[in-house]
Every structure is written in structure tokens, then in C-alpha cells.
Design a protein. Structure first.
Length: 133
């Protein structure tokens, strides 16, 4: 990953965020993708969750470098681990795939390099979260 990936990711996230239904689109896709996911979110305020997701995406961008990862993600990883929300590692892959579908639907300038940048920016954080399960 390089600065260009971060730039592409950030610019795309800004375009997606300008679309009023970006995060609701993601949650529709994500909840429909698995009974386990739907159960995890059964009693969740999705409006609040969407705000937290948007913040988390920026945190993941900041945590894309190894030196920053633990500082930004340790608390999040603890809350999502076995003793917390119990988010098993395979759910992160499903999360990423549904997020990418929502990004592609929401970013009017989405292209292959933008999609690749999203994956390269988010994957280190996803790997970190999985490793803390």
C-alpha cells in the first residue's frame, strides 16, 4: 500500500459519504448475506451503527500503516473479540465483500484501481482484527 492507495480510498469514501444511502445500502447487503450477521445485528440501532462504521473506516485508513495499527484498533478488536461481540474471523471477509458492493454502487467514479485501493487500505486492519479473535 502507498499514499496513492490512501488518496484513492479517501476520495472514494468522500464520494460514497455524499450519497445518502451508502451506509444503509451496505447494511442491507451485509444483513442479507448471512443469518449469523442478521442475528448479530438483531437489536442494533443501525443509524448509530452507521455513524460508527463511518468513523471506523477513517480509523482503518489511519491504521493502514503497521506502526499505527495497534494504537488505533486494539480497543475495537477487544470489543469485537470472543469475550465481546464474538465476531468470528470469517465474518470480516463477508463484511469486506458487502462493503465493496456498496462502494461500487455508491461511488460514481468507482473503477478497478479504486476498488483495489479500498482492499489494500482495509485488509491490514481486517487481518489485525482477525488475529485478536
Amino acid at each position: 500500500m502507498n499514499n496513492r492507495d490512501i488518496e484513492l480510498f479517501n476520495d472514494s469514501l468522500e464520494r460514497c459519504s455524499a450519497q445518502p444511502d451508502f451506509l444503509s445500502c451496505f447494511y442491507r447487503l451485509f444483513l442479507a448475506s448471512s443469518d449469523t450477521v442478521a442475528q448479530k445485528f438483531e437489536h442494533t440501532d443501525l443509524r448509530k451503527q452507521a455513524r460508527m462504521l463511518k468513523s471506523s473506516l477513517y480509523i482503518m485508513m489511519l491504521a493502514s500503516s503497521a506502526s499505527e495499527r495497534a494504537a488505533h484498533l486494539e480497543k475495537l478488536a477487544q470489543s469485537h473479540g470472543r469475550a465481546g461481540l464474538d465476531i468470528a474471523p470469517p465474518l470480516y471477509d463477508l463484511w469486506l465483500e458487502q462493503l465493496m458492493r456498496a462502494v461500487e454502487a455508491s461511488d460514481p467514479r468507482f473503477d478497478a484501481p479504486t476498488g483495489a485501493a479500498w482492499r489494500r487500505v482495509l485488509q491490514p486492519s481486517i487481518d489485525f482484527m482477525k488475529s485478536r479473535y
